[in-house]
Write a protein that binds this ligand. Structure first.
Ligand code: PXL
Length: 276
């Protein structure tokens, strides 16, 4: 059985980071080890959240794993709470990288043109360095603009997106994929670049016109699960786009807007079926 480790926070309530990565990647048939970087009462978009920082536990946990000779088919990072955590995770990549495993960095830090409350531009620059060590990065357009210094735009053409992909490739990862790309009213998806052969890939689904927290983490988790199960890069992104869209549509039709996340638990059986 394949085994990955995902390094991000536990937001106890809020359906994001580890509380979606663990169930989704496990359901896809991949053992999912976790390295919690912090325990929060909720994610940081709720006011008054509590936070217990776990930075001082990351190295001791990793050292124990090294002693036990644990290896991982993929290392997947999401929301990292501080500059220092990025530096430590970067060292972990050096420790656990092999010739055949995949490092996947979702540089979670911003959306809709703005950094999340905990972050600043210096953090974004450090995140760009971490992206340079990844095999695959999956930023949204806002994150990509903070990583590259390119302006954030809500209306754009193909050249803007291919320029953004080229700029992301210069950070150093083998594969880059931009999420939330839309060239056509009513369609949204992903456009990516394999920097080794210069090939672009893209895939779009219906755009359900509502936004829920945590869907980026769900999308990245599915990409990680599918790649670890041996799917090709374009196929992994197709599976992730379809599942995320279906889950958003289901939540929209049954619960409506608002709330705090999507009902991925209900659509999970379909994803499991698709992996068989
Ligand atoms: O879904 C991204 C995310 C993960 N973890 C925490 C967050 C956020 C986004 O706001 O605050 C703690």
């Amino acid at each position: 059985m394949k085994r990955i480790v995902t390094i991000q926070d536990i937001s106890c309530v809020g359906k994001c980071s580890l509380t979606v990565a663990l169930p989704i990647i496990s359901a896809m048939g991949v053992e999912t080890a976790i390295l919690p970087t912090a325990v929060l009462s909720t994610h940081t978009m709720f006011s008054g959240f509590t936070c217990k920082d776990m930075t001082d536990q990351i190295i001791p946990i990793a050292e124990h794993w090294k002693k036990e000779k644990f290896g991982f088919d993929a290392i997947y990072t999401g929301y990292l709470g501080s500059f220092e955590q990025i530096e430590i995770v970067s060292k972990l990549f050096d420790e656990f990288k092999t010739d055949s495993n995949l490092i996947i960095v979702d540089p979670v830090m911003a959306d809709n043109g703005k950094l999340y409350p905990a972050f600043d531009e210096a953090y974004a620059r450090e995140n760009a360095k971490l992206c340079g060590k990844a095999d695959l990065i999956v930023p949204n357009l806002t994150e990509a603009s903070f990583l590259t210094g390119m302006p954030y735009r809500t209306t754009y053409d193909r050249k803007y997106i291919t320029d953004m992909l080229e700029a992301l490739a210069k950070l150093g990862p083998k594969y880059v994929a931009l999420t939330g790309v839309s060239f056509e009213e009513g369609k949204i998806g992903v456009m990516g670049l394999d920097t080794e052969n210069g090939a672009y890939f893209e895939y779009y689904t219906e755009h359900v016109p509502v936004s829920y927290h945590g869907t980026g983490d769900i999308f990245s988790s599915v990409v990680v699960g599918a790649l670890t199960r041996g799917k090709s890069l374009p196929e992994a992104f197709r599976i992730a786009c379809d599942y995320t869209k279906e889950t958003i549509a289901y939540t929209w039709h049954t619960v409506g807007a608002g709330g705090y996340g999507v009902d991925f638990e209900v659509t999970l059986p379909k994803l499991v079926q698709r992996m068989q």
